[in-house]
Design a protein around this ligand. Structure first.
Ligand code: AMP
Length: 634
């Protein structure tokens, strides 16, 4: 079937379309109600169905004869380990660990925070929670204790599962110490702290509620618990425009349906194929395409504890593809740029056999055309940019390679995926013509798999996503659609920035910078960065009478952001200015500041209060050599 007619069916006959897709799964009770609304008017998929996604990922695969197939390959260049788990072995471990959680009194509806490095125990913990209907909330291991504490206070976990340490290149990051700090800071205190000891004797577990991960694995296996399709499977926090992260909820049944559909029709990955998402279990890509998607589909998934470069070199990705015969790969453009920076001629690629690789999918940020052409020319396979968000859980726009291998266009994320009606709207909500840039919105209802609401916060769900354009989901991104229907996603229209594919809130950074005793006012913006896509920069106005050297202030703020958010924020520069450029109504002109730092010609906005300040900022930025003009890696 052609993409066009398949897509049209998904829009014209939504309920029939998704009922058919849901029929591809094993349900404990097949849904009769396909699409419905809650009292608050939020859409729900398969409300009366019963299912368990962990069962679908494990026991069901064993039942279908995949018991001896490798389910998970743990490839860890940082520990020099390759470990393979069959579906039977992984099922057993998950059922036992789930049994261990049950002995602690953890069950359906309880929340569990998981803060772990990229080790198999992270996957076991996630699947074990799902097996007993507990709701996991994985927090990316790169986040600092303050970020973890905020998530603990929102999710109220009964237990937290962690490990003694993570490894960044060659450095051990003491996770247990970070967890202890977070729990010191949080108001809510989890009853149990479960740690996986990576090295005997590294941690001494004797504090109240401290439990060894392996001890729970000695429990008896427990059976899976069928849950209502709409029960939360996990909470995944993502940055919004304020300092407080948003708890995106994912359900069991809609998510399972969407993932199965996407493995088949989007990624073109068949049962038995080796599928590698080079991401982290702390991000949505890790949830959907390291853990749940590939296992649901009976693929072999790869858990890679390493980097694209320096573990040990820029040939790391090519080694993994060759070693495990990867057919479908997924990574972020920033990873490709990192490889390109260190091995521009791709000399290391030649050492490996990459003939197994059929498709490379890229997401997390816009794939800039130079990166697209570099990797496409080298690999000589389809390179597919695709666009989605933590909120949706699976792709919104891309080329559906399992349906029709339509051409890609450099700089475009592709065509709308089945179930998503993408529109470009003006500030007032009017549909814009082809080629005109505006707000990207998706007409409601969203297809299965997308967020039903936010954890304990329906009001923020409405305010953040549904209110601006009634009848639509506001994505927070801006862009346009061309004559052929291809969508170009040009960046966020709010205060969210994307650093190396990681989504961060400049609002949160502003709150932290503004709390410095010398700072009267500040603006933090994302500026262009050749390697990371964007990075944050702060303009700071000092309190009257405060005299602090710019470099000293910068160092203190760099330390503060690193301590409170983590090194992933890549905050490096703070510039002292006399005043912030504002409109007469007091709005900070962030876009103009960004254009100045990025070296783009700008038009002085007519609403500006004091145009001279722009010239002052320009001089300062040039003197400090901040901005993409002063970078060059190729
Ligand atoms: P996250 O929720 O962390 O996955 O971040 C989602 C955001 O990343 C989106 O709203 C976009 O701003 C950006 N993004 C992800 N994939 C793409 C893409 N293929 N092209 C452009 N922007 C993207």
């Amino acid at each position: 079937m052609s993409y066009r007619s398949f897509y049209q069916q998904s829009i014209d006959d939504k309920e029939i379309f998704w009922q058919q897709q849901a029929g591809e799964l094993h349900w404990d009770k097949a849904p009769v109600t396909i699409l419905s609304k809650t009292e608050k008017g939020f859409y729900r998929w398969f409300a009366d169905g019963e299912i368990n996604i962990s069962y679908l990922c494990l026991d069901h695969q064993v039942k279908n004869g995949r018991g001896d197939q490798i389910a998970l390959i743990y490839d860890s260049p940082v520990t020099n380990t390759i470990q393979k788990f069959t579906y039977t072995a992984l099922s057993g471990l998950v059922a036992r660990f789930a049994g261990g959680l049950v002995t602690l009194g953890i069950g359906k509806g309880d929340t569990v925070v998981i803060y772990m490095p990229m080790i198999p125990q992270a996957v076991i913990a996630m699947l074990a929670c799902a097996r007993i209907g507990a709701i996991h909330s994985v927090v990316f291991g790169g986040f600092a204790p303050h970020e973890l504490a905020m998530r603990i206070d929102d999710a109220h976990p009964k237990a937290i599962i962690s490990a003694s340490y993570g490894i960044e290149f060659e450095k051990k990051i003491p996770y247990k110490v970070l967890v202890d700090k977070a729990i010191d800071e949080s108001v809510h205190k989890p009853l149990f702290r479960i740690y996986y000891e990576r090295e005997e004797g590294y941690d001494v577990l004797n504090g109240p509620g401290e439990i060894n991960f392996n001890q729970l694995l000695t429990a008896d296996e427990v059976a899976y618990v069928p849950v209502l399709s709409t029960e939360p499977l996990y909470i995944l926090y993502t940055s919004g425009t304020t300092g407080k992260p948003k708890g995106i909820i994912r359900d069991h049944g809609g998510y399972a349906t969407a993932l199965k559909f996407s493995m088949n029709h989007f990624y073109n990955a068949e049962p038995g194929d080796v599928f590698w998402a080079a991401s982290d279990v702390g991000w949505v890509v890790g949830h959907s395409y390291i853990v749940y998607g590939p296992l649901l589909q009976g693929c072999t998934t790869i858990l890679y504890e390493g980097k694209p470069v320096r573990t040990p070199d820029a040939g790391a990705f090519w080694r993994v593809i060759d070693a495990h015969k990867v057919k479908v790969m997924f990574t972020a453009p920033t990873a490709i740029r990192a490889i390109k920076k260190e091995d521009h001629e791709a000399a290391l690629m030649g050492k490996y056999d990459l003939t197994s690789l059929q498709h490379l999918f890229l997401a997390g940020e816009r794939c800039d055309p130079p990166t697209y052409y570099w990797i496409k020319d080298l690999l000589q396979i389809p390179v597919i940019d695709h666009w989605w968000q933590t909120e949706t859980g699976w792709p919104m726009v891309g080329i559906m390679m399992g349906v029709e291998a339509l051409p890609t266009k450099a700089g475009a994320a592709g065509l709308p995926v089945c179930g998503y009606e993408i529109h470009i709207l003006s500030e007032e909500g009017e549909e814009l013509e082809k080629g005109k840039e505006g707000y990207i919105a998706a007409k409601l209802p969203l297809p299965p798999g997308c967020l039903p609401t936010l954890w304990n916060n329906d009001d923020r769900f409405v305010a953040g996503y549904l209110q601006h354009f009634p009848g639509y989901y506001q994505t927070g991104d801006g862009g346009y659609i061309d004559e052929d229907g291809y969508c170009y996603i040009m960046g966020r229209v709010d205060d969210v920035i994307n650093v190396s594919g990681h989504r961060l809130s400049t609002g949160e950074m502003e709150e932290l910078v503004a709390a410095h005793p010398a700072v009267a006012e500040c603006a933090v913006m994302g500026i262009a960065d050749e390697l990371r896509g964007q990075r944050p920069v702060a303009l700071v106005v000092l309190k009257d009478g405060r005299d602090i050297e710019e470099m000293q202030l910068e160092n203190e703020l760099v330390g503060l952001i690193r301590e409170k958010i983590g090194a992933i924020a890549y905050f490096r520069n703070a510039v002292i200015v006399k005043r912030l450029p504002k409109t007469r109504s007091g709005k900070i002109l962030r876009k103009t500041i960004r254009q100045i730092v990025d070296g783009i010609d700008y038009i002085t906005p007519s609403t500006i209060d004091d145009p001279i300040i722009l010239l002052e900022i320009e001089e300062k930025i040039k003197a400090r050599k901040i901005g993409i003009r002063f970078q060059s890696f190729v």
